[in-house]
Design a protein around this ligand. Sequence first.
Ligand SMILES: Cc1cc2nc3c(=O)[nH]c(=O)nc-3n(C[C@H](O)[C@H](O)[C@H](O)COP(=O)(O)OP(=O)(O)OC[C@H]3O[C@@H](n4cnc5c(N)ncnc54)[C@H](O)[C@@H]3O)c2cc1C
Length: 474
Amino acid sequence: MSETPSPDDRLIAQFTEIVGAANAISDTETMAPYLVEQRKLYEGKAALVLRPGSTQEVSEILKLAHSTGTIIVPQGGNTGLVGAQIPFDSGIEIIVQMGRMNAVRDIDVSNNSITVEAGAILQTIQQLADDNDRLFPLSLGAEGSCQIGGNLSTNAGGTAVLHYGSTRDLVLGLEVVLADGTVWQGLRKLRKDNTGYDLKHLFIGAEGTLGIITAVVLKLYPKPKARATALIGLNSISDALKVLEMTLSHSDGVTSFEFLPRFAMEIVVEHGDGVRNPLAQQHPWYLLVELSSGDADGGVNETLLEVLERAFERDLISDAAVATSESQRLAFWQIRTLISEVQKHEGASIKNDIAVPVSAVPEFLQRADKAVVALVPDARICAFGHLGDGNVHYNISQPVDMAANKFIDLWEQITTAVNDVTLDLGGTISAEHGIGRMKRHHMAHIKSAVELEMMRSIKHLFDPSNILNPGKLL
Ligand SMILES: Cc1cc2nc3c(=O)[nH]c(=O)nc-3n(C[C@H](O)[C@H](O)[C@H](O)COP(=O)(O)OP(=O)(O)OC[C@H]3O[C@@H](n4cnc5c(N)ncnc54)[C@H](O)[C@@H]3O)c2cc1C
C-alpha cells in the first residue's frame, strides 16, 4: 500500500464535488469518530470521509477511485469488532460512510419483504417491520447504531440465528456498486430464482472488499404473537446441552438459546444500572431461553413450563424464572446483552468469537479453559453466547492483580491456544464478527490453499486494482 500515492488537493476537490462540501469531512476534529472503533483497538488516519446520498454518488466515487488508484474504506455504523471499517495509518485512504443512504424504498407486506438503503439503522428496520405487523428477526447488541450494509458485509449473527439464520439467510436481493463504479442492480424480490450463480452471496460477508452495497431487499416474517422466556440456573454446560435437545424436541419455535457463566451474571449485576439476578441463588451457568409463536394461543408458555418441569425431574437444572410480563422479559434480555459492555469495568479483556458444532461446546469449554489457565492461572474466563448455534464469545478478563498491558501482551499466545482447540474440534475462529484486520494473519492457517486461491481470484476479478478495503480479510 505504500506504493499508492496520497490523493492530492485536486483529487480531494474532485471527490468532494461528488457529494458536496457539506458531506465531505476533512478537518481532523470532525473526522475523529470515523477513525477509531469503539474498543479503541484500531485507530487510523484518512485523507477524507465522504458521505454519499445516492447510488449515483457512490458510483461516481468508485469510478474516480478506480481511475486514480485511490483506496476506499466502506464504513457503516462503525460497530464492527475486527477493525475492518477502520483505515490504516497512512492517511491516504478515503472512508465512504453510508449513513445518509437510509431511505426505505419499498415495503411489500404481501411479499413479506422490505427494500432499504444500506445506511438504514438495524433498529429502524426492526421498527418498520413491527409497524407493519411483521418481524425482521436480525437482532444484536449494536442494533441501535449498526447499519444494514454493515450487517450484510459482516454477515452478522446475533440472538435469533437458531431460528431465522444469519443475515445471509434474510436477504432476497442486493444493489451493489462495483469497484469501477458499475452498478449491479440485483434488487430482486424473489424467493425462487435458479438462474445460475447467486452473486449476492459473494458480497455478503465480504467486509467491503468486493463492492459497496447500496440497497437490499430483506425478508420479513410473521410477528410473534406470543413469547415465553425463561432464565435458568444450572450446574454444567453438558446439562445445558441436554436442555437444548429437550427444548428443540418439544417446540419448533425455539428462537433463542443463550448461555452465560456465573462471572457474567456477577459483573452485569455489579455494573449494570438497576440489573438484578431474578434467581435467588448463584449458579455456575445460566441459560436464557425464548420460545415464540405466531399464534397468540400457541401455548408457548405451557411448552416452556413443561420442558422446565422435565428438566427439573432429570436434575438438569437447579432453578428457573419465567417472565410474566414484557418488562420482565426485557430485564432478562438486558442481563444477556450487557455482558460485553460491563466487561470493560473489569479491566483489559481478550475476546474470541468462535463456533464449534453445538455438541462440542462442552468439550471446547473444558479444553480451552485448561489451555488458558495454563498460560494465565488467574484469568477470569467469561464464556457466553449462542449455545443453540455453537457460537461462544470466549472472552477473558485480566486477572485482578495483573497489569492490563502485561495481559494484553499475551493476546497472540492466548488466542492461538483457543484457536487450536477450536480448529481441532472442527470449528471456526470467526463465528459472526468477521476477519477484518484482527484475524487476517490467521487466514493461511484456517483456510486451505484451494480456498484461499479461489478467494483471491474472486477478489482480483471484482477489484483488479485492489482499491476496496485492501489489507482487510485477505
Ligand atoms: C455491543 C455490540 C454488540 C455486538 N453484537 C453482535 C452480535 O451479537 N452479532 C454480530 O454478528 N455482531 C455483533 N457486533 C458486531 C457489529 O455490530 C456487527 O459486525 C455489525 O454487523 C457491523 O455493522 P456496522 O454498520 O457497524 O458496520 P461497520 O463496523 O461500519 O463495518 C463493518 C464491515 O462492513 C463493511 N461495510 C459497512 N457498510 C458497507 C456497505 N454498505 N457496503 C460494503 N461494505 C460495508 C466495512 O468496510 C467493514 O468491513 C456487536 C458489536 C457491538 C459494539
